[in-house]
Design a protein around this ligand. Sequence first.
Ligand SMILES: Cc1ncc(COP(=O)(O)O)c(C=O)c1O
Length: 364
Amino acid sequence: MSEPGEPRATQIDTRVVHAGLEPDPTYGSVIPPIHQTSTFVQPAPGEFVEDYDYARSANPTRTALERALGELEGGEAAAFASGMAATHALLTAVLDAGDHLVLPLDLYGGTYRLVDKVLARFGLAYDLVDQTDVEALRAALRPETRLVWVETPTNPLLNEVDIAAVSAAAEGRNVVVDNTFATPIVQRPLELGATAVVHSTTKYLGGHSDVVGGVTVTADPLLSERIRFVQNSVGAVPGPFDCFLVHRGIRTLALRVARHTENGRAVSEWLRGAPEVEDVRWPGFGGMVSFRHPDAVGLVGRTELFSLAESLGGVESLIEVPQAMTHQSVEDSAAAVPADLVRLSCGIEAPADLIADLGRALDG
Ligand SMILES: Cc1ncc(COP(=O)(O)O)c(C=O)c1O
């Protein structure tokens, strides 16, 4: 028998199916109920079950999701109403006015916007650094640098950063990895020396484009406590039904990532021989592919299976032009992306259909 809290399986394919799930103790339902409640009855003032006094502070459906994500990434998780809320909580839990942080040179536009347009107003300074160059990262570190924010693979250019090398170069500073693109199936940053992990659970973890959410995970108990404090104080918490949806999505994560990978490989190989297509990028796993094409805007309007939409990581394929859509907030900054860049999120459909769809769109 495994002890309480001890993983019941060693393989990630098994762990995603079972993580955070215990049968309902009242009726034995295999899937516990969704605790759609805002508050909890107290038998006497200040007496309540576990942490459950008010649902902004804690809710059993959210706890189940947090246990699952904590187990998969190897730390303690806190769930949020969006990936950006998780990023905000992490940054404000770690940083004080006067601190400096390092951001990647290409990154999700919303992360840049949060730091540049919101947090900089409260006295934070930042630099954008190409983190594939560890010497450049070392040169950017200042005595007041408290945090290095890593995204790998980066969104949308799919550059890969060596988490272990960055963690070593950071010399004890907080290294936070946005693991949204890789998922814990492919990469577990805490095992590579990172201090914390952030996800937009909207993407691969939820997996079905039907929920917006986020999570932070850290194995540092003090940081975990500070994040929980921000989570409760700011209150950007996910509702119980959204937690249920993300948790349900996680159960098929290993299967989905395997199929996304198959499709990412097939589509990127095919694109490498397609007319006028240049600079095809695929990190070797998952469904994210990017490439350049002189008629990027026209092309994305002609696909039928690839829906023209922001976001990624769902079972259905999406296509977008980052410069005009997800990355408008980095225009006029060093993190600006090329206007002819197309980003694909390959879903789990049959690869032949996806390739035929792109072929028709490229033919005009
Ligand atoms: C890499 C990455 N991090 C964070 C986010 C923000 O997540 P959310 O949209 O759930 O707030 C996104 C959203 O696209 C993303 O792509």
